[in-house]
Design a protein around this ligand. Structure first.
Ligand code: UDP
Length: 353
C-alpha cells in the first residue's frame, strides 16, 4: 500500500450508492478518518461502529449550522447528497433544484469561506446530447435541450455548480476537484425490491421487472448506448483523487467511466436475462422474460428527452491518476445479482480490489 498522509474526510450522503462504497474503501485502504452524514444508515451498518468512522443522522436541508461546523473541522469535503434519477428530473424538478442546487451551492460557499478542499460529483449528464465521439472534460460542448424538456434541469444544475466551483477555485479560496461518473452500476444502486415502473435507473428497473414477471420496457427500442462502470472501479479512481498525490488532482475535472463497456440498453437487457437464467431459482422467470418497446414520452412524460450515446474519454484519469477500469459488464452484473439474489456482497467476501 502507498503511504497516504492522514486526513479527515467529511462525506455528505454517506449512505448512498457512491458514499457507502467510498467510505468502506477509505476505511480499508487508508488511515483517514471519516465524518459521515445521511438521513438513514441501511447501507453502512457493517462498518458503522468502525473506530475511524463517525456517523450522524442529519438532513442537508435543515442541519446547516452543524454542517458548517464539520466543514470547518475537516480537510476534504465530499458532498454526495443529490437526486440523480432521470424520472425525478421530469416528475419533481423543483425538489431536484432545492436539493441538488440550493443545498449544494451553500456547501460550496462554506468550503470557500474556510479555504477547504471540495471533491465534487459533477455528472456525465452535463455533456447532454454532445455529438463528440467521446466526451472530453476540457473541450467537449455541453448540449442540452429546450426548457420544456425538464429532464435537463439536473444537467443544467450540475453544470452551474461546476462553473461556481471553478470560479471559487480560480477567484476565491476554494481547492477543488470535479469528477463525472458515467453510469456507475453495482449492488446498492437503487432498491431492487421497491421500484414502481419507471422510478429507478435502468439496471435496477430491468432486474425488478424480471423478478416480478413484468415485461422489460425498452425506451424507444433500447438502441441508445451507455458506457457502464462498475462501482468498485469508480471508487478506486475516487480514492486516487482524494489521495491527491503532489496536488495532481487540484483544479482538475475527471471523467470516471469505462469506455470498454459500451452497450446498448437492449444489449444490457439481453445480458441480464441470460445471467438470471444461471440462478436456479430465477431460471424460469428468465425464460419467460419479455421485452417491449415504449416511447420515451409514454414512459417518462412530455418533459423527457434521451441521451443517444454517452462515451467518456478517460485520458485525464489515465495520465494524471494512473487509473484504468478493469471490470467487464458481465462480471459487474453478476456481482450485482449475487448481492440481490444470493445476499453475497463482493465488498465483504474480499473480491473488492
Ligand atoms: N431505460 C429503458 N427502460 C427502463 C429504464 C430506462 O429503456 O425501464 C433507458 C432510458 O431511457 C435511458 C437508459 O435506459 O436511455 C438509461 O437510463 P437510466 O435511468 O439508467 O439513466 P441515464 O443513463 O439516462 O442517466
Amino acid at each position: 500500500m502507498t503511504i497516504m498522509p492522514s486526513k479527515k474526510i467529511f462525506i455528505l450522503g454517506v449512505n448512498g450508492f457512491i458514499g457507502s462504497s467510498l467510505a468502506w474503501k477509505i476505511l480499508n485502504k487508508t488511515d483517514w478518518e471519516i465524518v459521515g452524514m445521511d438521513l438513514s444508515s441501511n447501507k453502512i451498518e457493517h462498518f458503522i461502529e468502525h473506530e475511524r468512522f463517525k456517523f450522524f443522522k442529519k438532513n442537508i436541508l435543515t442541519d446547516k449550522d452543524w454542517i458548517e461546523s464539520q466543514i470547518k473541522e475537516c480537510d476534504v469535503i465530499v458532498p454526495l447528497v443529490a437526486i440523480a434519477t432521470p424520472t425525478l428530473y421530469v416528475k419533481d424538478p423543483l425538489r431536484v433544484y432545492e436539493l441538488d442546487y440550493e443545498a449544494n451551492a451553500d456547501i460550496v460557499k462554506k468550503c470557500d469561506k474556510y479555504g477547504k478542499r471540495i471533491v465534487f460529483p459533477s455528472t456525465s449528464e452535463v455533456y447532454g446530447m454532445c455529438p463528440d465521439s467521446d466526451f472530453d472534460e476540457y473541450s467537449s460542448p455541453l448540449v442540452l435541450g429546450p426548457i420544456p424538456k425538464e429532464r435537463w434541469i439536473y444537467s443544467c444544475i450540475k453544470q452551474m455548480l461546476d462553473r461556481l466551483i471553478w470560479a471559487y477555485g480560480n477567484h476565491g479560496n476554494l481547492k477543488f476537484t470535479l469528477f463525472r461518473p458515467f453510469n456507475f452500476i453495482g449492488p446498492k444502486l437503487d432498491d431492487i425490491t421497491a421500484p414502481e415502473e419507471g422510478s429507478s435507473r435502468v439496471l435496477t428497473q430491468f432486474a425488478h421487472n424480471i423478478i416480478h414477471g413484468k415485461p422489460i420496457k425498452l425506451v424507444d427500442g433500447g438502441i441508445q448506448k451507455r458506457s457502464f462502470t462498475f462501482i468498485d472501479d469508480g471508487i478506486e479512481c475516487l480514492l486516487k483523487i482524494l489521495e491527491n498525490k503532489n496536488g495532481c488532482a487540484d483544479g482538475k475535472i475527471f471523467n470516471i467511466g469505462n469506455p470498454y463497456m459500451e452497450f446498448s440498453i437492449k444489449e444490457l437487457a439481453e445480458m441480464l436475462v441470460e445471467l438470471f437464467s444461471e440462478y436456479p431459482e430465477y431460471a424460469e422467470r428468465a425464460k419467460n422474460a419479455k421485452m417491449e418497446s415504449v416511447s420515451g414520452r409514454e414512459y417518462y412524460g412530455e418533459g423527457y428527452q434521451d441521451v443517444p450515446r454517452r462515451m467518456p474519454s478517460i485520458k485525464e484519469a489515465e495520465n494524471i491518476l494512473g487509473w484504468k477500469p478493469t471490470t467487464d459488464l458481465r462480471t459487474a452484473l453478476k456481482l450485482t445479482l449475487d448481492y440481490h439474489l444470493l445476499k453475497k456482497d463482493y465488498e465483504l467476501v474480499g473480491i473488492s480490489k
